[in-house]
Ligand binder design. Structure first.
Ligand SMILES: [Zn+2]
Length: 261
């Protein structure tokens, strides 16, 4: 891997800030370096900034909040921790966000698409495969078990007419407002346009994820993905399921330990 002078300087800063730890992290060095060179002053001036990935106490509430469900970290078929709904804190944050959006004048609906069970996701996905083929299905829908909607921590905003909110860039001002303000409620725009290679998903203006106030603020300020924040692998599906690490195993482990295995 090649590094330019400026990039190399950023690398040293991060290495020092992180006590050299992140050098062990093989997943996303290019993205981290890019983030660093964008905001070198911030990285150097704030002693409160944590090095990434964060270390999370196994089994803690924080671990649950930061659970990564993506194309490499599936949930078991029967995972349904909130009785078919959202976690209580996600539900509260969702209501606060929608109220604030209305106040700001956006056409947002009261209902969202929240928890989706494995069977429902399988029906959705199989439908896409049948009509469009697997490649197209993978582009627009998660395979059953791999949808963040099954975590109870994610939801899709709808517009006043019931469609997906700001779909396809239909309302750039609203999408920007979400990027700028969602963190105030402990939420992040989970699949931003500029982080698709890390998240494994195309830009979705409407898909929100609850991560708690602390993580949401840092993720927004640093413009990083949940994968980058926690140090989890992201991107596309593994070639075989045997390479997957179950999402529940991830969130009960120390993410930093996981990286060195
Ligand atoms: Zn969604």
């Amino acid at each position: 891997m090649k590094f330019g002078k400026l990039v190399g300087a950023g690398l040293v800063v991060v290495a020092l800030a992180g006590g050299g730890y992140w050098l062990l992290h093989q997943d996303q060095p290019a993205e981290k370096t890019q983030t660093t060179t964008k905001q070198p002053a911030k990285q150097q001036s704030s002693s409160e900034k944590k090095a990434y990935p964060v270390t999370i106490k196994p089994g803690s509430e924080e671990a649950t909040l930061l659970m990564v469900v993506n194309k490499k970290h599936p949930l078991p078929a029967d995972y349904n921790p909130y009785n078919g709904g959202l976690s209580p804190r996600t539900e509260t944050a969702k209501n606060q966000l929608i109220a604030a959006m209305k106040q700001a004048g956006f056409d947002v609906g009261d209902t969202v698409s929240g928890y989706r069970g494995y069977d429902y996701q399988k029906t959705l996905y199989d439908g896409y495969v049948a009509s469009e083929g697997q490649a197209e299905a993978d582009a627009v829908s998660a395979r059953p078990g791999y949808s963040e909607h099954q975590s109870g921590l994610a939801f899709d905003l709808r517009n006043g007419s019931g469609g997906l909110f700001a779909e396809g860039g239909s309302d750039p001002a609203a999408a920007k407002w979400l990027r700028d303000n969602a963190y105030k409620y402990g939420l992040i725009v989970r699949y931003p346009a500029d982080l698709t290679s890390s998240t494994g998903y195309s830009h979705e203006e409407w898909h929100m994820r609850y991560v708690g106030m602390t993580a949401a603020k840092v993720i927004k300020e640093q413009n990083i993905s949940l994968e980058q924040y926690t140090g989890n692998a992201g991107g596309d599906y593994n070639k075989t399921k045997s390479e997957d690490i179950p999402a529940l195993e991830e969130y009960t482990a120390k993410y930093s330990d996981r990286l060195t295995k």
